[in-house]
Ligand binder design. Structure first.
Ligand code: CAA
Length: 257
């Protein structure tokens, strides 16, 4: 597929989506959102794909929503169009998405990384919610996802001061799963996604759904949901195969991949 603001490729069962607006540090504009949804929803519908990696350039994962596009908009346009709502469709991807972040992940870029299932960061990565410097609060989930991911203290610090945090601080805070040298970023992210894509797809989708639910419900409801899906997994032939393979000391061959 030919996109203006993205590059996509598939490697085995992994789809790699690279944000590509080099002149604007991958600022997230309407065209990019439309193409990203098309790509991600297409890969979700493709049975040959088991996991996705989302990345940007060495200098910027994404430097935020496109300020120049938003600049001329008024309240009515933003409110009536439900401006940031399209991003909910990205976050609703049922297949796991690994964010491979190098350079700036600011504003909407940080929010986009947080919509992914986990973040692998290059040493050069810088995370922040600088919207306050533009006279607005974050609008793509920054206050909510970040507070859940790293707690109130650092979220308030980042959102109120607009400062950036480096990859090590982001990892210590729990925003980032792993930090790797810049030169190894894509390899590490692809390896993680290949591993995920080698497992039973319904099982990985259940894990994603359940961990996401932990941020959205009570412990009692979350545990109930987990038990239901755990039991449901026993209806899959992948469960029989996975457990038989363990007992027989061989590699499993999952049918639903
Ligand atoms: N929107 C539109 N264009 C952007 C952009 C953005 N968010 N970020 C960078 N660009 C453009 C710059 O305007 C510049 O374009 P020109 O060459 O045409 O002038 C180009 O990308 C390169 O950027 P810089 O020259 O600024 O690069 P730098 O290395 O000097 O600085 C930076 C890098 C610190 C990331 C700086 O670009 C910056 O501060 N960007 C804006 C960050 C920001 O405020 N993000 C939040 C956006 S609001 C948001 O995201 C709202 C929301 O939650 C929905």
């Amino acid at each position: 597929m030919d996109y203006q603001t993205l590059r996509t490729e598939t490697r085995g069962r992994v789809a790699l989506v690279t944000l590509h607006r080099p002149d604007a540090l991958n600022a997230l504009n309407t065209a990019l959102l439309g193409e990203l949804l098309q790509a991600v929803e297409g890969f979700n519908a493709d049975p040959a794909i088991g996991a996705l990696v989302l990345t940007g350039s060495a200098k910027a994962f994404a430097a935020g929503a496109d300020i120049k596009e938003m600049q001329a908009m008024g309240f009515a346009e933003i409110y009536l169009s439900d401006f940031a709502a399209g991003w909910d469709r990205f976050a609703a991807s049922r297949k796991p998405i690994v964010a491979a972040v190098s350079g700036y992940a600011l504003g909407g870029g940080c929010e986009l990384a947080m919509m992914c299932d986990f973040v692998i960061a290059a040493q050069s990565a810088k995370f922040g919610q600088p919207e306050i410097t533009l006279g607005v609060p974050p609008g793509m989930g920054g206050t909510q996802r970040m507070a859940r991911a790293i707690g109130k203290a650092k979220t308030m610090d980042l959102c109120l001061t607009g400062r950036m945090m480096d990859a090590d601080e982001a990892e210590r805070s729990g925003l980032v799963a792993r930090v790797v040298p810049d030169a190894e970023l894509l390899d590490e992210a692809m390896k993680a996604a290949e591993k995920i894509a080698s497992f039973s797809l319904p099982a990985t989708m259940m894990v994603k759904e359940l961990v996401a639910r932990a941020f959205d419900t009570t412990l009692t409801e979350g545990l109930r949901a987990e038990r239901r899906l755990f039991a449901a997994a026993f209806a899959l032939d992948d469960q029989s195969e996975g457990m038989a393979a363990f007992a027989e000391k061989r590699k499993p061959t999952f049918r639903h991949r």
